[in-house]
Design a protein around this ligand. Structure first.
Ligand code: GTP
Ligand code: MG
Length: 194
C-alpha cells in the first residue's frame, strides 16, 4: 500500500456527522493509551497527522482520515480510561456501537491490545460483537518493543489463546521500531480490496 496523501477530514459523534459513505473504511479500536493514534501515524508515515499523547483518553470523538482519496482510516475513541468522567464513559458505548452497526462502508476493524497485558472483557465483548456483525477483525499487539522477541512470541500465544484467535489473526507491532508495519499494510490492503 503506497500512501500518496493522508488528510484529516472530520470528527463525528453521530451518523449525521460522518463523511458520505462512498469509500471503503477501516476502523481502529482499543483501550485508551494502547497506541491507536501512533499506529495510524506509522502506517501513514506521518509523524503528527493524528495527535498522540501521554495523557490517555484524549480522543473522544470518531475521527475520519481520508487516504489517497480512496479509503478512510477511522480513529475510534479509546475505552476504559478511569479518569474520563462517568458521563463521557457512558457516551463511548453507544457512540462506537452505533458507528459499528450503521457504517455501511466499514470493511474491517483493527483491534489494538497492549502486548504487556491480557485482554479484558471489553476486548472479548468487542470481538464477539464484531463477529455478530460479520465484520473481520485484525488484532494488533502494540508496544512490542517493550519485550524481547522470544517474550513477544510467548505473550502473543497467550493472548491468542485468551481471545481464541488463530496465529494469522494477530500481528506484533511497534511504533518505535516500526516492527510489523509492512505486514499490517499488506493485510489492510487485502481487506480494502475484498
Ligand atoms: P487515546 O487516543 O488516548 O485513546 O490513546 P491512543 O490509543 O491513541 O495512544 P497513543 O498513540 O496516543 O499512544 C499513547 C502513548 O503510548 C504515547 O505516549 C505513545 O508514545 C506511546 N506508544 C504508542 N505506541 C508505542 C509503541 O509502539 N512503543 C512504545 N514504547 N510506546 C508507544
Ligand atoms: Mg488517540
Amino acid at each position: 500500500m503506497k500512501i500518496i496523501s493522508a488528510e484529516f477530514e472530520t470528527s463525528a459523534a453521530k451518523p449525521g456527522q460522518y463523511p458520505e459513505a462512498v469509500l471503503p473504511e477501516i476502523a481502529f479500536a482499543g483501550r485508551s493509551n494502547v497506541g491507536k493514534s501512533s499506529l495510524i501515524n506509522t502506517l501513514l508515515n506521518r509523524r503528527h497527522l493524528v495527535k498522540t499523547s501521554s495523557t490517555p483518553g484524549k480522543t473522544r470523538l470518531i475521527n475520519f482520515f481520508v487516504i489517497n482519496n480512496a479509503f478512510y482510516f477511522v480513529d475510534l475513541p479509546g475505552y476504559g480510561y478511569a479518569r474520563v468522567s462517568q458521563k463521557e464513559r457512558k457516551k463511548w458505548g453507544p457512540m462506537v456501537e452505533t458507528y459499528l452497526r450503521s457504517r455501511s462502508t466499514l470493511r474491517a476493524v483493527v483491534l489494538l491490545q497492549d502486548i504487556r497485558r491480557m485482554p479484558g472483557t471489553e476486548e472479548i465483548q468487542l470481538i464477539e460483537f464484531l463477529e455478530h456483525l460479520h465484520l473481520p477483525v485484525l488484532v494488533i499487539l502494540t508496544k512490542a518493543d517493550k519485550f524481547s522477541k522470544s517474550k513477544q512470541a510467548a505473550q502473543a500465544r497467550q493472548i491468542r489463546g485468551h481471545l481464541k484467535l488463530k496465529e494469522n489473526e494477530t500481528v506484533l507491532f511497534s511504533a518505535k521500531t516500526r516492527q510489523g508495519t509492512d505486514e499490517i499494510h499488506e493485510i489492510i490492503g487485502g481487506l480494502l480490496m475484498e
